[in-house]
Write a protein that binds this ligand. Structure first.
Ligand SMILES: [Zn+2]
Length: 454
């Protein structure tokens, strides 16, 4: 019996134990943003440490940070000069609110048909349990032939504030040849996906100020400019009618798509129907000369994420608001620079601002776009997918951002294999989050093959 066969047999023979552990992990309400959940966060970290210790992992270390602990583990191969694989995961989850939209308790997992429902079932306690179940099974087959390092943080859902310092202070500890992060959404049940491109992010707040305080609209209306109107006018000028961004120079450094790029991006086939179904809108809207897949992964965007001004309570209050605020974000693509884009937006808006209003832009966060077509280990992973699903793997450019991925590349100089076993309809970050269990199982088997492929 080959080592791979032994490992796959082990996985099949221990399905129910793996599932029980997955359920126990989901029952820990590790909501990183909630100050009342610090004990649960600590417990989730210790749960993983205990699991790894039980596996006989060579070294398991918990690092305290100003916020939530980071778990690091290391298990060397007996083979000298074996390559080193760093596997990343996050054990924190999004808050479960709004609770009344859940059909069951978000922290008491329930199975309906092929789906497991719980907060974190998909993002990414499912991914972490796939990693650990695969690691346990692979180790049951013998030496892996690859040095494994594990890095589990508890702050991904709040922007990983402690991770950057941790990586900077531990570059030696984290040194590796490849990084695997199974926290992405796959294209579909039969489309194992390797994400090779990610969009960057620029997040800022736009504030327009008018009078020094909210004014009586009967006394001042007609004589004082309303900051809510000014903000609306500014926002309206950020786009052309066709949906493209109107800020001069916004597209300057956008990587041009070659015919080859377009063929690869569009290989999975049109996704318009899926987007319509998943979003519930009547019609898709975006730059007309690009397909939905191109607009999702290879074109930059600018979106208002929130608007606030004046009176929004029940009933009526006749005022001219003192100020109006908008939260705005841009998804960026190679080779746009978030800071440069911010400056362009700022000078464009300053030029549009009427003299009767004041304006302030404040940057909230940035992340660089990312492209990693030929990351080390990519071939092994693609092969593991094809052996498991018996289908060609999909290489995809993702519409979202994964600051962790760019952080690792900057600090460790290693590109990440970003993948995942989360189906598009998994309600990630939403009520009734769910994981498709057959896909989780296939994903775990693919990871077993990947771990044993070196
Ligand atoms: Zn995640």
């Amino acid at each position: 019996m080959t080592q791979l066969q032994a490992a796959l047999n082990y996985f099949n023979a221990h399905q129910s134990e793996f599932m029980q552990r997955y359920l126990s992990f989901l029952r820990i309400p590790s909501v990183s943003t909630d100050a009342n959940r610090r004990t649960d966060m600590s417990q989730a970290c210790d749960f993983l440490a205990a699991y790894l210790n039980r596996l006989g992992i060579n070294e398991v270390r918990r690092f305290e940070t100003p916020l939530h602990p980071i778990l690091y583990a290391w298990h060397p191969s007996r083979i000298t000069n074996a390559p080193t694989l760093l596997v990343y995961g996050h054990y924190d989850v999004q808050p479960a609110d709004p609770l009344d939209e859940w059909s069951s308790d978000p922290f008491e997992p329930v199975q309906h048909g092929e789906y497991l429902y719980a907060r974190g079932a998909a993002d990414m306690k499912g991914g972490i349990m796939a990693i650990l179940s695969a690691l346990e099974s692979a180790l049951a087959g013998g030496d892996l032939g690859v040095n494994i390092k594990l890095l589990f943080e508890g702050e991904e859902e709040i922007g990983s504030p402690s991770l950057e310092d941790f990586i900077r202070e531990n570059t030696e500890l984290l040194a590796c040849d490849m990084i695997l992060n199974p926290d992405a959404i796959m294209m579909g049940e039969t489309m194992p996906t390797l994400v090779y491109g990610l969009r960057g992010l620029l997040y800022f707040e736009l504030r327009v100020d008018g009078p020094k305080a909210d004014l009586h609209s009967g006394v001042f209306g007609g004589n004082v400019a309303n900051p809510a109107h000014v903000l609306a006018e500014l926002i309206a000028k950020l786009h052309h009618p066709d949906g493209s961004v109107a800020v001069p120079g916004f597209y300057d450094n956008v990587l041009h798509l070659s015919e080859d790029d377009r063929r690869q991006i569009n290989a999975p086939g049109a996704i318009d129907e899926t987007l319509l179904n998943n979003s519930g809108v009547a019609q898709l809207f975006g730059e007309p000369e690009f397909t939905a897949l191109e607009r999702m992964g290879a074109r930059p965007t600018l979106d208002v994420n929130g608007l606030y001004s004046g009176f929004i309570g029940e009933g009526a209050k006749t005022i001219i608001p003192a100020y109006a605020k908008a939260k705005i974000s841009c998804r960026l693509v190679p080779y746009q620079d978030p800071d440069e884009v911010f400056d362009k937006i700022q000078s464009y808006l300053e030029g549009l601002l009427p003299p009767h209003a004041r304006m302030a832009l404040s940057k909230i966060g940035t992340g660089l776009p990312y492209l990693a077509q030929d990351a080390p280990g990519a071939q092994n992973l693609v092969q593991a997918f094809e052996d498991t699903w018996k289908k060609p793997a999909v290489l995809k450019r993702e519409g979202g951002s994964a600051p962790v991925t760019t952080l690792m590349q900057q600090k460790l100089g290693v590109k990440t294999l970003l993948t995942g076993f989360i189906l598009p309809d998994s309600a990630v970050h939403s009520p009734n989050e769910r994981q498709h269990l057959p896909t989780w199982s296939r994903g775990t088997q693919a990871l077993i093959r990947f771990f044993l492929s070196f």
